[in-house]
Design a protein. Structure first.
Length: 108
């Protein structure tokens, strides 16, 4: 298993419009300096009956057919962009707190 989380996105990937969930999540991960592995897990429409192909492999890997989905190295699955963005914020806040603590310890 990879030490980095795996992000499952649609074919729109980074090239979608700025408001697209798959793009927003990737931008947030990069801005936070979080390395990740990316899997393009679906093609076509977000509307199930208009999709080309299936999301069966995505479901096998994550237990959901929703995108974007982030699978952490410990197996935890986070679906939907808002939940992933909240996780990214939490990671950034933890990293900031750790840096402040280390700086404080170095001063003393």
């Amino acid at each position: 298993m990879s030490e980095h989380p795996t992000l499952f996105v649609c074919h729109g990937d980074d090239g979608g419009p700025p408001f697209h969930p798959c793009r927003r999540v990737q931008e947030a991960l990069r801005a936070a300096g979080i390395e990740y592995r990316k899997v393009i897990a679906a093609h076509g429409s977000p509307i199930p009956f208009l999709r080309r192909g299936s999301r069966d492999e995505l479901f096998k890997a994550t237990g959901t057919k929703k995108l974007p989905t982030l699978k952490l190295p410990d197996g935890t699955v986070i679906s939907h962009s808002r939940a992933i963005l909240a996780w990214v914020r939490d990671q950034s806040e933890r990293e900031d707190a750790l840096r402040r603590r280390e700086a404080s310890l170095l001063k003393n």
